[in-house]
Design a protein around this ligand. Sequence first.
Ligand SMILES: CC(C)(COP(=O)(O)OP(=O)(O)OC[C@H]1O[C@@H](n2cnc3c(N)ncnc32)[C@H](O)[C@@H]1OP(=O)(O)O)[C@@H](O)C(=O)NCCC(=O)NCCS
Length: 203
Amino acid sequence: MEIIVRNENKKDYGRVEEITRKAFAYHERIERGGIGCPYEHWMVNELRKRDGILELSLVATVNDEIVGHIICSKAEVRKDGNILPVLNLGPISVLPEYQRLGIGKALINELILKAKDLGYGAILFFGRPEYYPQFGFVEASEFFISDSEGYNYDSFMGMELIPGYLSLAKGGRFYESDIYNDDLNRESVKKFDAEFNRALIFN
Ligand SMILES: CC(C)(COP(=O)(O)OP(=O)(O)OC[C@H]1O[C@@H](n2cnc3c(N)ncnc32)[C@H](O)[C@@H]1OP(=O)(O)O)[C@@H](O)C(=O)NCCC(=O)NCCS
């Protein structure tokens, strides 16, 4: 099976949101999200409008069909009034029937290479602690960086793309794009998902 990773184009947007929804439409995740529907397809849609980095929105194809996607967005580490820009990774999605075939791996490896090429200093994000260490991600606590509330846990991870970059913000706190603010977005997500489903049914 040949996996090709390339940049996302405008004409891919609908398909990418569809596979994102499918990848995250499992019971445990929806329960945890507390909205009653998956929300990651809304995130991808919203990130393209604000804070998403389009050069780091990549799709994986097999036989010319998009089966996976990853995107990064702008985030920052704040420390004593200073701001260090970093990348936030995610969402990453692989269509359920294509999972565990190396597609996520191909997307993440390409993303790291591209982000380095573009000159970004570091990636920080929240994700599955059992999956990401294979790519070189370590707990953010190793860089002495905490979440926006001052906490650390194993699902908060990072990687320097430029060696020593995160030491510039040692002791700092990580802030993601405003789109991750649940209170702000709950209703937008529900509305987006309802319209998304209608569009799928009638297409
Ligand atoms: C998580 C996800 C992106 C992984 O992509 P994938 O294409 O299925 O994973 P890969 O085949 O590239 O996995 C690479 C390696 O990681 C391992 N792996 C895959 N998923 C894993 C998981 N959930 N936990 C632990 N290890 C995992 C695989 O066994 C594989 O190891 P191998 O070298 O033995 O083959 C994909 O399963 C997905 O879209 N899941 C639903 C959405 C989601 O949870 N996204 C991430 C939220 S943080």
